[in-house]
Design a binder for this molecule. Structure first.
Ligand SMILES: [Zn+2]
Length: 177
């Protein structure tokens, strides 16, 4: 089943000239693309669109936060998203907008809608930190101390298992073979 389109510009509604369109990008985007490690999306997209009979020129600005999982303490924190980009859309015989982070796409001239879901997903994906972690404040990590403690306990338990005498026995057997 094809997932529902979320962020749509009804091209036919707009006359030649400049238009401003706003979108609230929400958790629907996470569900549609099954984005991992992200708990919530709260991003506003401002789109300035110039409509010409032969093309559309979009200036896109994304601002807001994503609630993302910290790789250190596994708790979630708000990561700020500020992303500016532009997108030129021209009209051809078929829709071809499958490329990643492209600033130029072609859609079928018979198409009434410009779907921005994949584009918003791409912009947010490239704005996500490579290694998500709580930021530091005054040289002090903002990681959740309770979560870190739990993780420490867990990792101590794992270490304990590795030195379990039964494992030592097994190791002994293997070493003798
Ligand atoms: Zn953290």
């Amino acid at each position: 089943m094809k997932a529902k389109d979320l962020y749509i510009i009804e091209i036919t509604k707009y006359k030649k000239g400049k238009h401003h369109i706003e979108f609230d990008i929400t958790n629907d985007l996470i569900e549609k693309y099954q984005i991992e490690n992200v708990n919530a999306v709260d991003v506003k997209a401002d789109v300035d669109m110039i409509v010409d009979p032969n093309f559309l020129q979009l200036e896109i600005s994304l601002n807001g936060t994503i609630n993302i999982q910290c790789g250190r303490c596994l708790d979630y924190y708000n990561h700020e998203i500020n992303h500016q980009t532009h997108l030129t859309v021209d009209f051809g015989d078929q829709t071809d907008d499958l490329t990643l982070i492209n600033t130029q796409i072609t859609i079928n001239k018979k198409e009434n809608n410009l779907i921005l879901d994949k584009h918003f997903y791409d912009y947010i994906s490239i704005s996500m930190p490579y290694k998500p972690a709580h930021p530091e404040e005054n040289g002090k990590s903002q990681c959740n101390p309770e979560m870190l403690e739990q993780l420490q306990k867990y990792s101590n338990n794992t270490t304990a298992k590795q030195t379990d005498p039964r494992w030592d026995k097994l190791k002994h057997i293997f070493n003798n073979n």
